[in-house]
Design a protein around this ligand. Sequence first.
Ligand SMILES: NC(=O)c1ccc[n+]([C@@H]2O[C@H](COP(=O)([O-])OP(=O)(O)OC[C@H]3O[C@@H](n4cnc5c(N)ncnc54)[C@H](OP(=O)(O)O)[C@@H]3O)[C@@H](O)[C@H]2O)c1
Length: 265
Amino acid sequence: MANEKRPVAFVTGASMGIGYELARELAGHQYDLFLVARSRDLLEEHKTRFEKEFGVRVVTAAMDLSERVSWENVYQQAREEFGFVDIVVNNAGFGLCAPFGEADLATFLNMIDLNISALTALTHHFLHDMLAAGRGKILNVASVAGFFPGPYMAVYYATKAYVVNFSLALNYEVKSRGVLVSALCPGPTRTHFGERAGLQDSLLFTLMASTPSAVARAAYRGLMRNRTLIVPGLLNKLSVLTARIAPRSLAMGVISWMQLKKLNS
Ligand SMILES: NC(=O)c1ccc[n+]([C@@H]2O[C@H](COP(=O)([O-])OP(=O)(O)OC[C@H]3O[C@@H](n4cnc5c(N)ncnc54)[C@H](OP(=O)(O)O)[C@@H]3O)[C@@H](O)[C@H]2O)c1
């Protein structure tokens, strides 16, 4: 049964990886949860676990967020279940490492639908309620990639540049009205992302990847401190700094080498 006093968090891409760990972190801090992803069975498993372990209420919605119709639907479902949502985490996303001209266009358009359009639509829907209430936090999961042009992952890096700039600009618009919009910028992290993107054996992931639980802890801490830009880990902070000072062509050379190079080749 819903406990009126508990705050509510809405998390997309909560079936695994960073989204799962963020959901776990929020449940551990006594947030009721609305969890979204495509994998119904995984979401149900998490619901059972979180309800038992943390005593919070969890509602799940198995949906493909790259489909336009799902954005309004899932927002309405969350509202019906919980009324006001205190924290929205737009985390669902994926990447692909492949030469742009040789890979399937449909995959890139699907990536834009999920990484950009779904995030924008959900932010718009929930922001409306937050502005009316004069409170609320939106955490948009971007990436260190959002600070660089990324050869062989050109579309993915560009989607994350959108998320960084959209979140910072929007935060500027709404910060005086009690609402925080924050961009979480992890670097390589050991999740299914690397496998789906074809990066799991790359130098970048083998040498630099951190754990999704460390990212989630940093994200929660940053959000509670009202940080607009959350970059977990020293190495990632240095990468963001590098993006500001290094020549672009040099940065692109290093990035593409680290993405394409396998550790033992
Ligand atoms: N891992 C990294 O190195 C890294 C670094 C920087 C930023 N990020 C960002 O962090 C976010 C989470 O990625 P992750 O590393 O945790 O990857 P992950 O383990 O692959 O998790 C991605 C999550 O998104 C969900 N998802 C994917 N496509 C979806 C769709 N069409 N509709 C609804 N849900 C969908 C997945 O669930 P289902 O498959 O069940 O739908 C899963 O829960 C992404 O935005 C990613 O770009 C990751």
